[in-house]
Write a protein that binds this ligand. Structure first.
Ligand code: PMP
Length: 459
């Protein structure tokens, strides 16, 4: 396959120098750059070429942004068309033909019942800004400042979004249990675990002594991404819809990562048929360029002019790239393709788990896949049946993947879930190559003498 051919190598000094200068000059907060010390110089589809002359299969896809992979021709064409047209690139939030086309295409992909009565707010270009906008919107509309959010959630890095993410503290945020099949907080898993989780939510909301601040909204991810690829059961999502609707609490679906076909339907809420009050959209809607919006039920639009402003809300290139991406995914039924290919990949990974006791769980939906790595020799924790997570092994697997030219991300509570977020354009042949490299990496990492424990000692 072409992906295994080495690209023409740059002189080592070039990329080694770039990495060295990055380590010296960029902040200690840098993230992906630490575990993936590569210098991308060219990219197409699933493949990235590094300045070291190597090619990598990219299953990180800009943290789930690249629905069509890198530099898809329809995306490049859309960008070039705007550039060649002489259209202004910076327009604040003024109306333009490019924006009009984007909104029309986006609304055409949304559930009809929702889109028919919806408003859109263009936000600052990061997902986290759209999350902030959603919170402000529902707080303004309800006059209540509390928020309901879930264990394991991730909504972004600005103050409000961070407060709603798992692990954060904010007196206004009530943390509710997100159902988990594998490490069910109630020790039962399945529908029953999800049902207890829903009941807990309901009880808390109705208990006048629960100490829950009056909620302006509930935010959830239909499949938790950064939290370790936890798909919400459809029945649980419907219960959340009923619970919130009957108490006039707006439901915010954060589809920043699950949107645009990733989970097997165009929007992940479609699996359950739930119509939220607000949808937070970013990542893939910009076709690889920065773009973030909220779309919401028009009755919530009690905002004053300027209630959520920002200089960079009119990125014309991102809107054009996004329109092309949305249309391509819709016309080529890539959501369906993600569903069938994802199911096949999950089945292959479950077969792999039979020979690898360190694979504690394989889960996901569509092309949002997670493989949780555990230490099978250690005793189960918390009275449950699951072996404890193995962060050292996860790091080793990620590094062995990189050595084999495969880029994967780690997620989950203990960073022990290997995450696959390949483009929806992934071919069967490429899927096999990804799985082969992952299997090889897993075998190498398991037997690696350099496998370290989380505390750093060699085991
Ligand atoms: N919500 C979800 C579900 C996400 O996965 C992310 C990013 N991983 C965000 C919000 C925040 O988006 P951004 O990083 O663009 O601010």
């Amino acid at each position: 396959m072409a992906v295994t051919e080495p690209a023409p190598a740059a002189p080592p000094a070039t990329y080694e120098g770039i990495l060295r200068r990055q380590a010296m000059r960029e902040s200690a907060a840098r993230t992906y750059a630490r575990s993936l010390p590569i210098v991308p110089v060219r990219a197409r589809g699933l493949t990235i070429e590094g300045a070291d002359g190597r090619r990598y299969l990219d299953c990180l896809s800009g943290a789930g942004t690249l629905a069509l992979g890198h530099n898809h021709p329809v995306v490049l064409e859309a960008i070039k068309k705007v550039l060649d047209s002489g259209a202004p690139l910076h327009v604040l939030d003024l109306a333009t033909p490019v924006k009009d086309a984007f909104t029309t295409e986006l609304f055409a992909t949304l559930p009809r019942e929702f889109a028919d009565n919806a408003r859109i707010q263009f936000c600052g270009p990061a997902g986290t800004d759209a999350v902030e906008a959603a919170f402000k919107l529902v707080r303004a509309a309800t006059g209540r400042s509390g928020l309901l959010a879930f264990t394991g959630a991730y909504h972004g890095m600005t103050a409000g979004a961070l407060a709603a993410s798992g692990g954060a503290e904010d007196v206004r945020v009530t943390r509710l249990p997100f159902p988990q099949e594998y490490r069910c907080p109630f020790g039962v898993g399945g529908e029953r675990g999800a049902s207890i989780a829903a009941r807990w939510t309901e009880t808390l909301l109705d208990d006048p002594k629960s100490g829950t601040p009056a909620p302006g909204g509930m935010i959830l991810e239909p499949v938790q991404g950064e939290g370790g690829v936890n798909p919400a059961p459809d029945s649980w999502l419907r219960r959340m819809r009923d619970i919130t609707a009957s108490r006039s609490i707006p439901l915010i679906a954060d589809e920043v990562q699950t949107g645009v076909g990733r989970t097997g339907t165009f929007w992940a809420v479609e699996h359950s048929g739930v119509i939220p009050d607000v949808m937070v959209l970013s990542k893939a809607i910009g076709g690889s360029l920065p773009l973030a919006v909220i779309v919401y039920r028009s009755e919530l639009d009690t905002w004053q002019p300027g209630a959520h402003a920002g200089t960079f809300r009119g990125n014309q290139l991102a809107m054009a790239a996004g329109t092309a991406t949305l249309a391509y995914v819709r016309e080529n039924r890539l959501a369906e393709r993600a569903g069938t290919l994802g199911a096949r990949m999950l089945a292959s990974l479950r077969a792999l788990a039979v020979d690898h006791p360190c694979i504690g769980d394989v889960r996901g939906r569509g092309l949002m896949i997670g493989v949780e790595l555990v230490d099978p020799e250690a005793a189960p924790v918390d009275g449950g049946s699951a072996a404890p997570p193995d962060p050292a092994l996860a790091v080793a697997v990620q590094q062995e993947c990189l050595r084999r030219g495969l880029i994967v991300e780690l997620g989950g509570r203990h960073s022990t879930v290997v995450r696959l977020l390949p483009p929806l354009t992934l071919t069967d042949e490429q899927a096999t190559a990804v799985l082969d490299r992952l299997a090889d990496a897993m075998a190498a990492a398991e037997h690696s003498p350099h496998r370290r424990t989380a505390t750093g000692s060699i085991r």
